[in-house]
Ligand binder design. Structure first.
Ligand SMILES: Nc1ncnc2c1ncn2[C@@H]1O[C@H](COP(=O)(O)OP(=O)(O)O)[C@@H](O)[C@H]1O
Ligand SMILES: [Mg+2]
Length: 219
């Protein structure tokens, strides 16, 4: 099982949006652990008439136990959503992760907040990437400048950028992911690209795992 943590000290940057959309797009046994007391991911899950993906609120104290249980129950992927602070939830999530994604809107106010998040993730010594989210459609220069600022903090940026799209907001209140509410739409396409890139980072591929499971079950 691989573990991804969504961490950013700023609120409203897309941690939960990316967590739920990746959890559905992953298309494998995925558990989403919500460490944010606001329980946004749990509320989203309650609106779904579906137990997939598995979504659960946890305090950080129970995180390592929950990850071990998920692995024992044959989950392939765990995603950890965290509150907007550099508190114990973000630290525990960073320590437990194989990959950290740091959502960030490409605006100066959000980029200023990246510096503190970068200190937190560097102390965990885990591979971490800033994911630009809700980027305006004509934001090429803005994105180039944002990339330069992020790289100046010593962090890397993900090559996939998520744009500002109504599809993310309209899927939310009905407990859907964009790959479900508008599977052919641009939001679904960019989430699929993000998922493919994330899996590459985790050196994880659905077909390879199915094959491995097949070999295991044949002894
Ligand atoms: N790419 C996007 N395009 C449009 N709206 C977005 C996008 N990403 C997030 N949002 C909206 O921004 C708000 C904050 O997102 P959320 O995921 O709750 O942030 P966080 O978990 O970091 O606080 C939500 O209303 C969400 O629907
Ligand atoms: Mg959130």
């Amino acid at each position: 099982m691989k573990t991804i943590a969504l961490i950013a000290q700023k609120g409203g940057v897309g941690k939960t949006t990316i967590a739920v959309n990746l959890a559905v797009a992953a298309g494998m046994r995925t558990a989403l652990f919500d460490l944010d007391q606001q329980e946004s991911a749990v509320i989203w899950a309650d609106r779904r008439k579906d137990y997939v993906p598995h979504v659960e609120f946890l305090t950080e104290r129970r995180l390592s136990e929950a990850l071990k249980a998920a692995e024992a129950e044959d989950f392939d992927l765990s995603i950890i959503d965290t509150p907007p602070s550099a508190g114990p939830q973000a630290y525990s999530a960073a320590q437990a992760a194989d990959l950290i994604l740091i959502p960030c809107r490409p605006s100066l106010i959000d980029l200023d907040a990246i510096r503190r998040t970068s200190q937190l993730v560097k102390s965990a010594g885990v591979s971490a990437f800033v994911v630009f989210n809700a980027a305006p459609h004509s934001a090429t220069t803005l994105l180039d400048d944002a990339r330069a600022i992020v790289e100046g903090t010593g962090l890397s940026t993900a090559p996939v950028v998520l744009r500002e799209r109504g599809a993310y907001r309209s899927a939310w209140p009905v407990g859907k992911a964009v790959v479900e509410s508008d599977p052919k739409g641009k939001a679904a396409q960019e989430i699929a690209q993000l998922k493919d890139w994330v899996f590459e980072q985790l050196q994880m591929c659905t077909t390879a795992r199915v094959h491995i499971h097949g070999v295991d079950s044949n002894g």
